[in-house]
Design a protein around this ligand. Structure first.
Ligand SMILES: *[C@@H]1O[C@H](CO)[C@@H](O)[C@H](O)[C@H]1NC(C)=O
Length: 277
């Protein structure tokens, strides 16, 4: 039997969907000792060596949410390494929303790779360079996923928007709950300069650090979802005019790849959402 006090704690933990502790709110799923939680759960670091990388995932699943995390990426020669931060559901027909940081030679820019999968199908990549050195300090990376759109932010600046065009027959991730995942792993076959530059293992172990994890989401319990008290702001968030300007600035100056501009790749025609506002 639970005492009323414990019942209260359990139910408030369920309703309050914001989380901020690596010690209690995430599970390290691989890499063992390569994932280290410090500062009473306020920070977590992942490392990568020749035999393994490491990763963690949120304990809870969410159907829509705003996911903020501060990350300080692998410094120096990070070629071949990938630091991933993403949401994903499970199974072959899964939904997924990605932010992946592809390492580079010292002094060469990281590539921030974004993608959306719906029902197991992706092919919606946009890639960016950043306007700062992401290895010198922590920066905030945000995935905001609501029923109208998905927005990716870097330090509060929107870099990409993917709108819900279900009414025009374009699939949108709106029915499968997702967990938040992060990992550091080796992808020297493709990650850096198209796979031409390999990982320099003499620099190992490589380390990426995470802090200030903050999730305001609708917790999925298997049969329904419950939104936290602060849900309303992000649930209805759209880009205001000043955000539109920032987005245009990033897309003009820092976008290095856009699937919607890659006609060669889609000989049958660009995906329909590319021509929808
Ligand atoms: C690495 O640097 C090269 C040269 O500046 C750049 O073209 C590329 O986009 C960068 N990122 C990756 C992941 O290769």
């Amino acid at each position: 039997m639970y005492s009323p006090a414990i019942l209260f704690l359990l139910s408030s933990a369920f309703i309050s969907a914001s989380m901020a502790n690596f010690g209690t709110d995430v599970d390290v799923t691989w890499g063992g000792q390569r994932a280290v939680v410090t500062n009473n759960g306020q920070q977590l670091s992942l490392s990568l060596d020749r035999s393994s990388g490491a990763g963690f995932q949120s304990k809870q699943e969410f159907l829509f949410g705003k996911f903020d995390m501060k990350i300080k990426l692998v410094h120096g020669n990070s070629a071949g390494t990938v630091t991933a931060y993403y949401l994903s559901s499970q199974g072959a027909l899964h939904d997924e929303i990605d932010m992946e940081f592809l390492g580079n030679l010292s002094g060469q820019p990281y590539t921030l790779h974004t993608n959306v999968y719906t029902q197991g199908k992706g092919n919606k990549e946009q890639q960016f360079h950043l306007w700062f050195d992401p290895t010198a300090d922590f920066h905030t990376y945000t995935i905001l996923w609501n029923p109208q759109q998905i927005m990716w932010y870097v330090d509060g600046t929107p870099i990409r928007v993917y709108r819900n065009h279900e009414s025009s027959g374009v699939a949108y991730p709106s029915k499968q709950a997702m967990r938040m995942y992060s990992s550091l792993w080796d992808a020297e076959d493709w990650a850096t300069q198209g796979g031409r530059v390999k990982t320099d293992w003499t620099q190992a172990p490589f380390t990426a650090s995470f802090s200030n994890v903050d999730i305001n989401g609708c917790v999925w319990s298997g049969s329904g979802s419950s939104c936290g008290p602060s849900s309303s702001s992000w649930m209805n968030q759209v880009l205001v005019a000043s955000d539109q300007q920032k987005l245009a600035w990033v897309q003009k100056n820092y976008m290095t790849y856009n699937y919607c501009s890659d006609a060669q790749r889609f000989p049958q025609g660009l995906p329909p959402e590319c021509s929808l506002a």
